[in-house]
Design a protein around this ligand. Structure first.
Ligand SMILES: Cc1ncc(COP(=O)(O)O)c(C=O)c1O
Length: 405
């Protein structure tokens, strides 16, 4: 997607001084490349896209059309998956709290629910008893240490009595199918991935020893870095792996563990697919200097780009010739919060009305922006000479119609 000042001026005339630019082709390319990176070495592989990362329906439909799974963690996302036509069998419902009636509906329609606690197992057992002739597909979110220094609150400790008891329930109730063993770790460093694989394989062996079969899917979760320019990579103080690096970290162990019939290996990327598929555009509204420090305020907020502690890749598109050379400018947001800084210590030319274009804004941005002070801005996609409206800007009424006046 080539951006010019003229394009941005045209768009801002129609859509205002702040908007997102979606690049769904980039998302699709990421999906294909990530899938190929794993399939080249292990062909029974699939992607479960983490809807919460960026649930723009157009992106979710791309995943659906390629036969990927919908990884949802709420009723809202579950409904979205069903509304865009994802087959229940291709929905994996994770997360710590799920409304029981919706769990029942998904299970009897053939979807997968990954349990996060003992009480969920008990509730699902009641559902299984209610439908003795139905196969009820259940997964377990597995909790173990991968050496990342985090004591996760999610899932069932695989070394606990609870885990043993849960596996016994599968053994004793034949219409309960343990379809999925799943884990997820937020730290994206590739060095934790071999341990994910090894420990999941150990758990699989233990489970097989009790229930007599290997679950159809072994799901290693999300937590992968996406593609990014060097300027962003350098700010992470760790190695930024490629998709192939992640595949290399786990696939050999799977291949040697399963020389013949291979269970499906699944991962749940969010950021790795969505991050570089969106830019955020915000115009400079004021430039001022306070005790030798210059601030440029844009119509946009750190909440729109959801990046903290790093400077996102940013380009300034100048609108006229009255540019001034500045050094050490903080590009700050419209909110009244001191820490609302989109970019720290910018050095370069800047003028009123310029467009600041932030890249790599596709993950946890448009979905996480709270209605704090201003509603959210539109999402557009440029396709050749046309502009596709992906989401209109929110209005006062969009936000306030749920309040009682
Ligand atoms: C269970 C689960 N799967 C997948 C993801 C996606 O993670 P990421 O965006 O880091 O790939 C998350 C994010 O928190 C998650 O909790």
């Amino acid at each position: 997607m080539e951006i010019t000042t003229e394009t941005l001026l045209e768009l801002s005339k129609q859509y205002g001084d702040a908007f997102y630019l979606l690049d769904s082709k980039q998302f699709e390319d990421n999906y294909i490349n990530l899938k190929n990176s794993f399939c080249n070495q292990y062909d029974n592989f699939n992607i479960a896209y983490s809807y919460k990362t960026n649930y723009i329906p157009k992106l979710c439909k791309i995943v659906k059309n390629y036969g990927g799974y919908a990884e949802v963690v709420s009723e809202m996302e579950l409904e979205l998956a069903l509304r865009i036509g994802v087959e229940p069998a291709n929905i994996i419902w994770n997360g710590p709290i799920k409304q029981l009636q919706n769990v029942e509906n998904l299970l009897i329609a053939g979807g997968t629910v990954n349990i996060d606690s003992d009480i969920e197992m008990e509730n699902i057992l009641c559902i299984a008893e209610k439908y003795p002739d139905k196969k009820i597909n259940v997964g377990i979110r597995c909790n173990f240490d991968v050496g990342d220094g985090v004591l996760s609150r999610f899932g069932i400790d695989v070394d606990s009595i609870s885990f043993e008891k849960i596996i016994q329930i599968f053994k004793e109730n034949r219409n309960l199918n343990l379809i999925n063993l799943q884990c997820h770790f937020a730290k994206r460093n590739v060095e934790f991935w071999p341990t994910r694989a090894e420990k999941m394989l150990q758990v699989t062996d233990k489970v097989e020893g009790i229930i007599g079969y290997i679950p159809e899917r072994l799901d290693l979760g999300g937590g992968l870095f996406g593609n990014m320019p060097d300027s962003l990579k350098q700010q992470f103080h760790c190695f930024i792996p490629t998709y192939t690096d992640y595949a290399n970290a786990v696939v050999a162990a799977f291949n040697s563990h399963f020389p013949n019939k291979k269970p499906e290996l699944v991962i749940e990327p969010g950021s790795a697919l969505a991050a570089d598929s969106m830019k955020f555009v915000a115009r400079v509204k004021s430039i001022k200097t306070v005790r030798d420090k210059t601030f440029a305020t844009v119509l946009g907020s750190q909440k729109n780009i959801s990046m903290t502690g790093v400077n996102p890749p940013m380009e300034i598109y100048a609108v006229d010739n009255y540019e001034t050379l500045y050094s050490d400018v903080d590009i700050v947001g419209y909110t009244c919060i001191e820490s609302d800084i989109l970019y720290k210590n910018y050095t370069g030319t800047l003028g009123l009305g310029d467009f600041a274009v932030f890249s790599n804004c596709g993950s946890y941005s448009v979905v996480m922006k709270p209605p704090f002070i201003l509603p959210n801005f539109p999402v557009l996609e440029i396709r050749g000479d046309t502009v596709e409206l992906i989401k209109r800007g929110e209005s006062f009424d969009d936000l306030f119609h749920t309040f009682v006046f």
